[in-house]
Design a protein around this ligand. Structure first.
Ligand code: COA
Length: 389
């Protein structure tokens, strides 16, 4: 029964940003209903719902996200299962993977994945502490480590060991902002120059404001369906060719290398093996670049560059018209990073790209995309490969 091919048949999302006029449930419902409408199905056709969220319990005091979404999007009367998947900032990718497996198993034909995060209703220092709960609270956050501080430690060692200049990190952010300026849903719409990226306010040396993803509200949703459902209802969609997940130590100091993302490396190798595709087949990649340094590390651990050599790609290759367009959506730096929604948002972008509907940020002749979603400093990575005929 594991032979069912799985397709994304609809996608929808809210704007990402500081959305003070909208609540957690408003955002989730808006994205979910847009995705269902986009798929051309009815809410009653949905057989299972996965809510993806990371921090609503501590930020918004709201748990039980699956039920919340099902209730307020009007599908609770159908009594379908509705559960939350949590894997920190990799919640979205992990939830899509669960939906993919549920359909692949033959148990369900139609699933919705809705990712949501509402982060800006509290003060910056409070949200910083809450985001630090993604780390090891006892051995990292308790001693003052934050996600930015740990990314900075990796960046320092990486730059020293490979003699990589700060410009290479900054170019990742310049690229994200350029692409986000073409995405109507992105948190930031402004392009930035290399000079601005290099000279922004320091956050955790050597990382500055332009190396960090922002604190974002937003929701993204997709509808997944089996191939048999697709054919029966004469729908079309984007095929999920491979889905892989891997895990590393939670605390950064427990890992063999603080600039190698083993979880990403292992998940990517598995995804490429399962898809039968090669790195050079990818038309674009969506990376989990919560910090610019991770963008470089991810390009290497996904196998697009040797360790310490991703800086060679950032000049030209990663641009929209380049050899390997990176983050056509604007990435985490500039589209934004509403944790539980981020990984689902990567699918929304891929869906638009592969349907040729990404407007001004359309990657020419897009055929295959790789989506990499990661928890915190890399404890969990989820890699999907999508596309094909
Ligand atoms: N990039 C660019 N501009 C940013 C920004 C970012 N990442 N974060 C905030 N800004 C801008 C705001 O838009 C605002 O601009 P304005 O004055 O023109 O309106 C200004 O900076 C101040 O915003 P504020 O919300 O007060 O910023 P802050 O100082 O509280 O937060 C960071 C800035 C970098 C500390 C915060 O965005 C952060 O913690 N980011 C990392 C999130 C993270 O770790 N996520 C991953 C978890 S694994």
């Amino acid at each position: 029964m594991l032979s069912e091919n799985v397709f994304v048949i609809g996608a929808g999302e809210t704007k990402y940003g500081e959305l003070w006029e909208k609540s957690l449930r408003d955002l989730a419902v808006e994205a979910g209903l847009k995705a269902i409408e986009n798929a051309g199905i009815y809410s009653r056709d949905v057989q299972i719902l996965y809510g993806s969220n990371s921090l609503a319990g501590i930020i918004n005091g709201q748990e039980n996200i699956g039920s919340l979404i099902a209730d307020f999007s009007g599908i609770a009367s159908g009594n379908i299962p509705a559960v939350r998947i949590e894997a920190s900032s990799a919640s979205g990718g992990a939830a899509v993977r669960e939906a993919y497996l549920a359909i692949k198993s033959g148990e369900y034909d139609v699933a919705v994945v809705g990712g949501v995060e509402k982060m800006t209703d509290i003060f910056g220092n409070e949200v910083l502490d809450m985001m630090s709960s993604l780390l090891d609270r006892e051995w990292e956050a308790f001693f003052g480590a934050t996600p930015a501080a740990l990314a900075a430690i990796s960046a320092r060692k990486y730059m020293k060991d490979f003699n990589v200049k700060k410009e290479a990190l900054a170019m990742m952010s310049v690229n994200d902002h350029a692409n986000a300026s073409l995405n109507p849903n992105s948190h930031f719409k402004n392009k930035i120059t290399l000079d601005q990226a290099l000279n922004a306010t320091s956050v955790a040396e050597p990382l500055n404001l332009m190396d960090c993803s922002p604190v974002t509200d937003g929701a993204s949703a997709i509808v997944l369906a089996s191939e048999s459902y697709l054919k029966k209802n004469k729908l079309n969609g984007m095929r999920i060719l491979a889905s892989a997940i891997s895990q590393d130590y939670l605390a950064l100091h427990s890992r063999d290398s603080i600039y190698t993302l083993d979880s990403t490396r292992i998940a990517a190798d598995e995804a490429f093996k399962r898809s039968g595709l090669k790195r050079e087949d990818m038309s674009f990649v969506e990376l989990h670049d919560s910090y610019s340094i991770y963008g470089l590390m991810e390009l290497e651990d996904l196998g697009f560059a040797k360790k310490g050599e991703a800086d060679k790609l950032v000049e030209e290759d990663i641009k929209l018209g380049g050899r390997l367009p990176v983050n056509p959506s604007g990435g985490l730096k500039a589209k934004g990073n509403p944790l539980g929604a981020t990984g689902v948002g990567q699918f929304v972008e891929a869906f638009l790209q592969l349907k040729g509907k990404a407007d001004k940020r359309q990657v020419k002749d897009a055929r295959y995309g790789l989506l990499q979603n990661m928890a915190g400093t890399g404890s969990t990575s989820v890699v999907h490969i999508v596309g094909g005929d």
